[in-house]
Design a protein around this ligand. Structure first.
Ligand SMILES: [Zn+2]
Length: 584
């Protein structure tokens, strides 16, 4: 359980942590009227779409949708928890934070202890790697791969000794409690109470979070132990699905060059950095997933995967494709020669050859299409038609029309048919799939969604006035007035915040809702007639309620369920009356 920061300390921090000051540390802000504008640090862009409103204490990017308050900003840009972000701001602006519900130790303290345990373990492993005779095999392995002492030093590589509990005893000596060491995932407790180190006789790769603190390890076996690579299991500070090895060192380079290289190995990252490709990161013994994509998307719009064919194939599923396409992340595949890994290519063939391979990366879609087409013989009209149909089905996943057209030409050339034939198959394939699933990119919002957004924008702008129980124009609103689940979340936070007399940002449960709230709060108010806007919300609510009631009536049998039917019918009549009142 995380401790909560005392409200009075939060209030002091909120007063002092100037959002313009904080964001200026990451990007250049220019004054534009009563707001500030700059190039967004969460996506790559040439003209500024990041807007900061010091009066409201909010920011919003019109390009990528990032947004929130000063705490959201620090959390997202540094990858921190709320308490960590608050602590960082408190340190900077000289505010002392105290926690409710126990002492400092109980709340964020336990998390801090796990990080401290990792830091101590990393230092211990590193010392052994550099000086212990036991680590000779580890040093030899690394040399054999083409790395030297400087590389090991730079990446903090270490060695975990083979005995049962060397690290455990070392950490006890450094005043860590057995529970802290076990919670950190660095040792396990046996049935008879003895402890056993998690990592033994392995080459240790420390894995850091975005702020550079070691939170886990990847460990390569030096003997025949299985598995060959052992990774930290999930702990309060480490989740392999949400972390990329090397990202803490690569993020600046990634933003600068506009893309990230994603590999599967710790040594790949170290080798690529060694030859100057300092935008390389790696997954930590797990498949590349949605959280990795959104992590990458914070720094750039393009990921080049240096995966072997099997792993790349897994990313190239329809689900995978939908995932990153939706985020606006372009995924390319680098043609790493079969049987080699990126580390071999970098260390044996050198910087220039490696750069050529990554320059030759092709869109993931082409990789998918090639795999599909390769299954067909292409020697008869029949087999060509089958290949076109199969390729078109995959191409229909591509939401970008320009890319789809270009890929269609490529498919036509590759199979040896006219491009029109491919286009025709695609339109049929996409009609078939959109009939089943609904078109994903619906740009025109239905009327009620616009009205809900406008209304929330107004409420976020002047919550106290509009939602006041004493005659606020929107005091009658309930969560039911909002049909979109994400709008309901924001409305509920508005109500809770109004009740607590605190900022709404404190009541929003996740980044998506904070983002949405910041976007709506900073959007210009278009409505001329506020009363009319809230009346339309009520109208939409009544229409939904009526629809639900009609559906219920349809299901009820008037002859056997007479009472329920009559009640529903009367209710419907009442509703219809109210609705007519609105239409007048
Ligand atoms: Zn942005």
């Amino acid at each position: 359980m995380q401790g909560r920061i005392r409200e009075e300390d939060m209030a002091a921090l909120r007063d002092r942590a100037d959002i313009v000051d904080v964001i200026s540390g990451y990007l250049q802000l220019r004054k534009a009227g009563r707001t500030f504008k700059g190039l967004c640090c969460f996506h790559q862009e040439k003209s500024p779409s990041m807007m900061v409103d010091p009066a409201k204490g909010l920011y919003h990017c019109f390009g990528c949708g990032a947004g929130g308050d000063v705490f959201t900003f620090v959390r997202e840009v540094e990858g921190l928890s709320f308490n960590e972000a608050a602590q960082r701001l408190a340190d900077r602006f000289g505010v002392q934070l105290r926690f409710t519900g126990g002492s400092d130790q109980s709340g964020d303290g336990s998390r801090r202890r796990l990080i401290e345990a990792h830091s101590a373990a990393a230092a211990f492993f590193k010392e052994l790697f550099q000086h212990s005779p036991q680590a000779a095999a580890a040093r030899k392995y690394l040399e054999g791969r083409g790395f030297n002492q400087d590389d090991a030093q730079a990446w903090g590589l270490g060695y975990s000794p083979p005995e049962r509990d060397t690290l455990y005893r070392h950490l006890l000596g450094r005043k860590f409690k057995p529970k802290e060491i076990v919670d950190a995932g660095l040792a396990t407790a046996g049935a008879s109470g003895e402890h056993r180190d998690t990592f033994r006789n392995r080459l240790m790769f420390p894995v850091a979070d975005l702020s550079g603190q070691v939170v886990g390890f990847g460990a390569r076996a030096l003997g025949d132990e299985q598995p060959k690579y052992l990774n930290s299991s999930k702990t309060p500070i480490y989740d392999k699905a949400r972390i990329l090895f090397g990202l803490d060192r690569s993020k600046a380079a990634i933003v600068k060059v506009g893309h990230s290289i994603v590999t599967e190995g710790y040594t790949d990252v170290i080798a690529l950095h060694k030859v100057g490709m300092t935008n390389a990161v790696a997954t930590c013994g797990t498949a590349l997933g949605e959280d990795h994509f959104s992590l990458i998307k914070r720094f750039c719009d393009r990921a080049i995967l240096a995966f072997d064919a099997d792993a790349a194939g897994a990313v190239a599923s329809e689900r995978g494709f939908g995932m990153h396409a939706k985020m606006g992340l372009e995924v390319l595949i680098a043609p790493i020669p079969a049987g080699k890994d990126p580390a071999d290519v970098a260390l044996i063939e050198g910087a220039d050859a490696t750069k050529l391979i990554f320059d030759a990366a092709r869109p993931l879609m082409l990789f998918v299409l090639e795999a599909e087409i390769a299954r067909h013989q292409l020697d008869t009209a029949e087999s060509k038609a089958k290949a076109v149909r199969a390729a078109a089905a995959k191409l229909a996943w591509e939401p970008n029309r320009v890319a789809r057209g270009e890929h269609a030409f490529w498919v036509a050339r590759r199979i040896g048919v006219a491009p029109e034939q491919v286009m025709l198959e695609i339109s049929e394939a996409s009609e078939a799939s959109s009939a089943g699933r609904g078109r994903p990119a619906e740009l025109r919002l239905p009327g009620h969604v616009k009205v809900e957004r406008e209304a929330l924008g107004l409420l976020l702008d002047r919550p106290e006035e509009l939602m006041s129980d004493l005659g606020g124009i929107a005091a009658f609103l309930t969560e039911e007035h909002f049909d979109q689940p994400e709008h309901r979340v924001v409305f509920k936070a508005l109500k809770d915040a109004a009740q607590a007399g605190a900022p709404v940002m404190d009541f929003l449960p996740d980044p998506a809702s904070r983002r949405l709230a910041a976007e709506l709060a900073l959007a210009p108010v278009l409505t001329k007639d506020e009363a009319e806007l809230f009346a339309r919300l009520e109208e939409f609510r009544l229409a939904r309620q009526t629809g639900a009631l009609r559906a219920k009536l349809d299901r009820l049998d008037p002859s056997t369920e007479t009472a329920a039917h009559d009640a529903a019918f009367e209710e419907l009549m009442r509703l219809e009356d109210t609705r007519r009142g609105f239409e007048r």
